[in-house]
Structures are given as C-alpha cells and as structure tokens.
Ligand binder design. Structure first.
Ligand code: NAD
Ligand code: UDX
Length: 446
C-alpha cells in the first residue's frame, strides 16, 4: 500500500519505517528540513535501538523516502498518517495547531480518496476537527464532494523499545466509522497480527479516549508506588520487596510498579495534564489523576530533598555527579526528564553539577546550553572527580554494576543517592557506601 507519514519524529519515523518493512511504500514528510537532510543522508536524528537498520534496509529497497515537499507527500499516500506533535498548551490542554495544519495541507492538495489517520495523541473530538479542516479546504477548491475518511489509530510504542513495540503490538486500536477505511487499516496491520488478531475496531471517540486512558493508568501506577515509597522510608519497609509482593498478584502484575525519581518523557506528563484539563472543561474533575500529576512533581524533587537533608539547604561550594540525563534508558530524549529538575534544584542552591549520560550528551548540551554551573563529561567516572556525592537519575545498564571501589575512592565521601533503586542497600552498607534509594526504608531507618 502507499502510505505517507506526516511528521517524522519518534512516532512518525518508527511508523513509516516499520510499515515499509512490511512491504508498503512509505513517504515520510517533515517541515523540519534538517531532519529530512539527516534522514536523506542515511542517518537518523534520534537514538532508538534497531531503527537505523530498518530505515537503511527499506531506503535501499526503495520502499522508504523522505521529503519536505508537501505536494509530493500528499499525492503519494492513500493512507496519510498524521504523527505531528501535540505539546501542552499553557493551560495544559493539547495544542492541536500542528495536527490541524497537517489536515489543512492535505485538504489543500488531495485529488482522490484518502484515509487520514490520526496517529498523534489527540483529545476526544479531534477527528471531527481534522475532518472539518480538510472539508473546509476542499470546499475552497470547489471539491466539497470529494470522499475521504478520518480514522483514529493511537500509538502505544515506548521510546527505547519503539521498533519492537511497533512490530509486535499488544493491540492495534482503530477508531473508524468508514467501512472502506476500516478494510484498508485491517489490510495494513494484518502482517503485525499474524499469531492472533490484535486489532480492536471501535468508534472514533472511544479510540481517541483509549490512548489517554492507557497513559493515565500507567502514570497512576507509578505515582502510587512513588507515594508508597515515601511512606516505606518512614515506616522502615522496602518498596522493592513490596513491589514483588503485590506484583505477584496477577490482578496487579509486575510492570510499571518501579518507584523512582518520577516519570518524564514526552507523553505521560503532557497526556496526564491534557486529560485533567479536558475533564475539568467537561465539569468532571479527575481527582485521582490530578493527584498523580502533583505526586510526580514532588517526586522529581525527592532526590534533591535527600541531598538537602544530608548537606543542608545551602549547597554553595558543593559539587554533585549526576548519572543519567535521558528521561529513561535507551533513548536520547530529555523531554520532561527528571534530570532537568534535579540539576535545576541543585544549581539553584549554589551547587555545581558534573553530568554524564551514555547517549544524551549532544541533546544535553542543546537543552542545557552553555553554563558555568553544569559540566557535561564523556565518561561516568569523570563525573565523580571531586564530587561530594553521586546521584543516579536514569537506570542505564552501564550504571547497574559499576566499579564501587572507584566510586568510593573518587568521590569526596562515598555517598550515593540512588534515584532508580539500582543497588542493594545491604551490599552498599557492606561496601561502606552511604546509600539512599527510593523507599528502601528497612535498611535506611531501622
Ligand atoms: P516529535 O516532536 O518527535 O515529532 C513531531 C514531528 O512533526 C517533528 O519532526 C515536526 O517537525 C513535525 N511536524 C510538525 N508539523 C508538521 C507538519 N505540518 N507537517 C509535517 N511535519 C510536521 O513528536 P513525537 O514524539 O513523535 O510525538 C508525535 C505524537 O505522537 C504526539 O502526539 C505524541 O503524544 C504521540 N506519541 C508519542 C510517543 C513517543 O514515545 N514519543 C508515543 C506514542 C504517541
Ligand atoms: C509511554 C507509554 O509507556 C507508551 O505506551 C506511550 O505510547 C508513550 O508514553 P515512554 O514515555 O516512551 O512511553 O516510556 P515509559 O517506558 O512508559 O516510561 C515513562 C516514564 O515512566 C519514564 O520516565 C520512566 O522512567 C518512568 N517509569 C516507568 C517509572 O518511573 N516506573 C516504572 O515502573 C515505569
């Protein structure tokens, strides 16, 4: 099939590349000429495991192309995926300007039947707005009767595992009230559904809602565990043992129960805010989800609270090593990363920071900019030099079993604030390292 991906970011590029992998002919469009230049040169603009291979293979096979030419892109596909950003507006609601602009650009150019697929995470009712924008443009061109469909097909991939998630989806949600469009979507996704039919077809509004409900549920689990972790520290329990204890109940399950330095990324924070705002606008305040967001804001500061408890509120003259800048491992994405809050809170109190991340250093220098109070170093051990303590913010594999002797001998004093519970508190005690995890109260306080 002929497919166009409008917006070639994390979602658009993965969607385009993985659909090409199944034999479709895909054209990826972006308004950012630099992104397209990088892609046309045989590289990819993001760090995403396995993606470069898929892109190169399909470009070589002539199934995957990149362009900034909107005419070419709209002509190319029968299925046009909109995967542009939906960032938070000032009031928390999803800013739909990029989605609507993409819809208009389709309406201004289409000359035959198109299925317009909302892949971006968008609030309930957005398909109607997309349909109205396309129609308006068609009417302006005297083509008001031209047939087209708008379907919702939210994306559930996780960064760092995006290719795997797209190729082997838990489910494919399609919201459609157009029979022909549904058939085309079934055909498109059939190769991803081989062992079992994972496609769930529903009405458009329920599909749009499903995406927010999924992210809200996952964020809720994390904030809930983070709150329990705070309590565990006070009462002398270990949240990691509690996690195993409750996760063994299949009604609860093990996933997304890790307490840590708060959730970040381009999805949970913005989607939680957008759902809270949308609900408030409908007169249905979501009390649980409002608390989820508040708890996460507090959680991003928990590591610094621990530093302040240990060193006092005035951190002038102190230096801290920070390991992990990306919002999670296996990505270079720093959108809403807890590391940014940690660095901000430390430097606000007068400290300097030496920070290291295995893949986000380029992104970090772009996001943090040049500044005197933060130095970016290219090795984990270099960050430790002359530091008063080590803070772990992202659970990269290379941090899991470090050279503890080097940590002890390089830091001014052996103190580790473990924001992702990488280390066994008992081992740390045995090694003579002062260790403070998240919710590891059984060793810390009793
Ligand atoms: P992104 O910022 O990485 O990419 C968006 C791209 O769209 C950018 O490259 C931008 O230049 C381009 N763009 C904007 N307007 C355009 C237009 N009119 N025509 C062509 N290109 C245009 O964003 P992302 O992380 O890929 O997220 C995209 C959407 O998918 C969001 O709604 C997000 O919530 C959702 N989503 C993201 C993830 C994720 O893990 N990143 C997962 C699921 C869903
Ligand atoms: C999320 C959703 O998982 C995905 O389905 C959706 O399509 C996009 O948003 P992503 O943001 O890429 O994916 O990463 P995810 O693995 O969900 O992690 C999000 C944040 O939650 C990270 O900051 C991570 O560190 C944190 N997290 C995750 C926890 O703190 N504890 C956990 O148990 C799991």
């Amino acid at each position: 099939m002929k497919v166009t991906a409008i917006g070639t970011g994390y979602v658009g590029l993965v969607t385009g590349a993985c659909l090409a992998e199944m034999g479709n002919h895909v054209m990826c469009l972006d308004v950012n000429p630099e992104k397209i230049r990088v892609l046309q040169s045989g590289e990819i603009p993001i760090h995403e495991p396995g993606l470069l291979d898929v892109v190169r293979r399909n470009v070589a096979a002539g199934r995957l192309q990149f362009t900034t030419d909107v005419d070419v892109a709209v002509q190319h596909g029968t299925l046009l995926f909109i995967g542009v950003g939906t960032p938070p507006d000032e009031d928390g609601s999803a800013d739909l300007q990029y989605v609507v602009a993409a819809a208009r650009s389709i309406g201004q150019r289409m000359t035959d039947y198109k299925v317009i697929v909302d892949k971006s995470t968008v609030p309930v009712g957005t398909a109607d707005k997309v349909r109205a924008a396309v129609k308006e443009e068609l009417v302006k061109r005297g083509l008001g009767d031209m047939a087209f469909a708008v379907v919702s097909n939210p994306e559930f991939l996780k960064e760092g595992a995006a290719v795997e998630d797209f190729m082997k989806p838990d489910r494919v949600i399609v919201g459609s009230d157009d029979e022909q469009a549904t058939l085309l979507m079934r055909a498109l996704y059939a190769p991803f559904n081989r062992t079992q039919d994972r496609m769930l077809v529903m009405d458009v509004r329920s599909a749009e809602f499903t995406k927010y409900a999924a992210n809200a549920m996952l964020a809720t689990r994390i904030s809930f565990m983070n709150e329990l972790a705070l309590l565990a520290e006070k009462v002398g329990a270990d949240i990691d043992l509690v996690r195993r204890g409750i996760g063994s109940d299949p009604r609860i399950g093990y996933q997304f129960l890790y307490a840590g330095a708060g959730y970040g990324g381009s999805c949970f924070p913005k989607d939680v805010k957008a759902l809270v705002k949308a609900a408030a606008d409908e007169g249905v305040p979501l009390k649980v989800l409002t608390a989820v967001e508040e708890a996460n804001e507090r959680q991003k500061r928990v590591l610094v609270d621990k530093v302040v408890d240990r060193f006092g509120a005035d951190l002038k003259g102190r230096r801290f090593a920070v390991w992990g800048l990306a919002f999670k491992p296996n990505t270079d994405d720093m959108r809403e990363a807890p590391s940014l809050v940690v660095i901000d809170e430390l430097t606000k109190r007068g400290a300097t920071v030496a920070a290291y991340d295995p893949v986000s250093m380029t992104e970090a220098s772009r996001v943090l900019g040049p500044r005197d109070d933060v130095v970016l170093v290219d090795r984990a051990d270099a960050a430790l030099q002359g530091a008063d303590a080590l803070l772990i913010v992202t659970e990269w594999k290379e941090f899991r079993t470090p050279d503890f002797d080097a940590i002890k001998s390089t830091l001014k004093a052996p103190i580790v604030f473990d924001g992702r519970n990488l280390y066994d508190p008992k081992l740390m005690k045995a090694l003579g390292i002062e260790h403070s995890g998240i919710g590891r109260g059984s060793i810390a306080t009793r």
